[in-house]
Design a protein around this ligand. Structure first.
Ligand code: NAP
Ligand code: MG
Length: 502
């Protein structure tokens, strides 16, 4: 199907963008190379997208360098106004963005509409408002001196976005960086570039000066690696796997880039015996099955108190089995396909691993048969592991795959919860106030949800500890990440200093 036919079939009001966006213009890659991006529902080709090479990265960095002086000195309120305008444009184009995200990633349309797109607009709006409210300090130093701090942009920042929430993560990375006055060279994931390119188009409409923001779809091993190495780039922000995060740290060492990493997780979701059971069942299903489990904060380890484990599973398993899988463009679909066939295969191997380790598959563990068999689908999967040291209880599966473990005491729950190298999202369900705060304090994690799971808000810091990475997105913390502090000392009325007086 031609691109125009596909746009008409989908009811899009604006064209699908498939070129690099450099210096305010859409352009082919210098090499002329392209790569197909697929619809994971049936693996059909959506579009052939330009693939950035090293020379395209150089062109983007040069454009960003030209744009930086004016952009970084522009009134902060003016930068904010452009981000606020972009938020409005995202809302105006909400349906196009939702459909494009669903087509490229497999997110159910109702989630794209209800979550991905509104959260993206909210993120730009929050940081648009933040731009002129983030300020330095005056420090009460010795008399006679004025000491104050300036919060200066870092410079040109490289940003590498994964494929699980391409639209939303584009905004999480772009918005604070731009609000703080940085220029950006961004690479979306090769399998999900379309909504990020749409943001580039809307950004230009919102009045962003040329070169401030550059979007380079391409391969991680080529363009991504080169962005991480590039001597003209002062900071790199990355979301993705721990293995790639490590590679980025190594590549960034040449010019000692500032590095921010948001990596994997194996989120413990603890249900105590006094939990509000119905809410816990529902929230835990959301915590793992939303976005087909392709979330770094997914509640992928379900820790059940042994007294309520059976009662919990009696409700949880039928719920998991009844989740409606289907074409994500169908408005009744609750779970779509995974985002690639390669990833589906990887997730399915963990079902075999579970069995080999002596675990028990309580639900799913396979691809659906019938009309969905040609797509990237995996059934909602629940496995009971023998030990929290098993691979299925330690490694990030990143799919609709939850590992059940049981515990007898709070101490044991914490030992299991903290017994991985990760520390990103975590949850606990209890009606005991002291226990809630005590366990929240003792969890090795960047985020804790009490009687809820997987909440995010642009004002609330997001990030991990341990092998889940470092640095924080969202909130004031994100503005700190995208600025560096300069301390200025002014002699207001101090005497001539005593040293070396003649
Ligand atoms: P990945 O390799 O970490 O990919 C994430 C991003 O990094 C993509 O844009 C990728 O480009 C890029 N990249 C790859 N190699 C690079 C390099 N050497 N230098 C710079 N950038 C590079 O993740 P994946 O292979 O797609 O997924 C594997 C696993 O990672 C998943 O199963 C999951 O466990 C985890 N993951 C976590 C998150 C998260 O939100 N924390 C997101 C995605 C994946 P390409 O698209 O060209 O590969
Ligand atoms: Mg795709």
């Amino acid at each position: 199907m031609s691109l125009a036919d596909l746009e008409a079939k989908l009811g899009l009001t604006t064209p699908i963008r498939h070129q690099l966006f450099i210096d305010g213009r859409f352009t082919d890659a210098i090499s002329g190379e392209t790569l197909a991006t697929l619809n994971p529902h049936d693996n059909s080709v959506i579009a052939h997208v330009a693939v950035a090479g090293r020379e395209d990265v150089d062109a983007a960095v040069a454009a960003a360098e030209r744009a930086f002086p004016a952009w970084s000195r522009m009134a902060a309120a003016e930068r904010g106004r452009i981000l606020l305008k972009l938020a409005d444009l995202i809302e105006e184009h909400a349906e196009d963005l939702a459909r494009l995200e669903t087509l490229d990633t497999g997110h159910p349309l109702r989630d794209s509409r209800r979550l991905d797109v509104p959260r993206t607009a909210a993120c730009f709006r929050y940081f648009g408002g933040m731009a002129d409210k983030f300020q330095g300090e005056t420090i009460p130093v010795e008399p006679g001196f004025l000491n104050y701090t300036l919060r200066e942009p870092v410079g040109i920042v490289g940003q590498i976005v994964p494929w699980n929430f391409p639209l939303m993560f584009t905004s999480w990375k772009m918005a604070p960086a731009l609000a703080a006055g940085n220029c950006i060279v961004m690479k979306p994931a090769e399998i999900t570039p379309l909504t990020s390119l749409k943001i580039a188009e809307l950004m230009a409409q919102a009045g962003l000066p040329d070169g401030v923001f550059n979007m380079l779809p391409g391969l991680g091993s080529v363009a991504g690696q080169y962005i991480a190495e590039h001597p003209g780039i002062a900071k790199i922000a990355f979301t993705g796997s721990t293995a790639t995060g490590r590679r980025i740290v190594q590549a960034s060492s040449g010019n000692l880039k500032k590095v921010q990493l948001e990596l994997g997780g194996k989120g413990p979701n603890i249900v105590f015996e006094d939990a509000p059971l119905q809410a816990a069942v529902n929230g835990s299903a959301w915590g793992i099955f939303h976005n087909q489990g392709q979330a770094c904060i997914a509640g992928s380890r379900l820790l059940l108190h042994e007294k309520i484990a059976d009662a919990f599973l009696d409700q949880f398993l039928p719920l998991a089995r009844s989740i409606r899988l289907g074409n994500p463009l169908d408005e009744t679909t609750e779970m779509g396909p995974l985002t690639s066939m390669q990833h589906r295969e990887r997730v399915l191997t963990y079902a075999d691993t579970a069995t080999q380790e002596g675990g028990e598959i309580l639900a799913g563990g396979k691809a659906p048969a019938g009309v969905l068999a040609g797509g990237c689908y995996v059934e909602p999967t629940v496995v009971r592991a023998k030990s929290f040291r098993d691979r299925v209880a330690q490694e990030e599966v990143f799919g609709p795959f939850v590992t059940v473990l049981t515990f007898a005491t709070d101490e044991e729950a914490l030992q299991i919860a903290n017994g991985t190298d990760y520390g990103l999202g975590s949850g606990l369900w209890t009606q005991n106030l002291s226990r809630a705060h005590r366990v929240a304090r003792d969890l090795h994690a960047g985020m804790v949800w009490v009687n809820s799971y997987k909440r995010v808000n642009p004002g609330s810091p997001f990030g991990g500890v341990g092998k889940s990475g470092y640095g924080r997105e969202m909130g004031f913390d994100a503005m700190h990440e995208y600025t560096q502090v300069k301390s200025v000392w002014v002699n207001v009325d101090a005497e001539i200093p005593p040293h070396f007086q003649r």
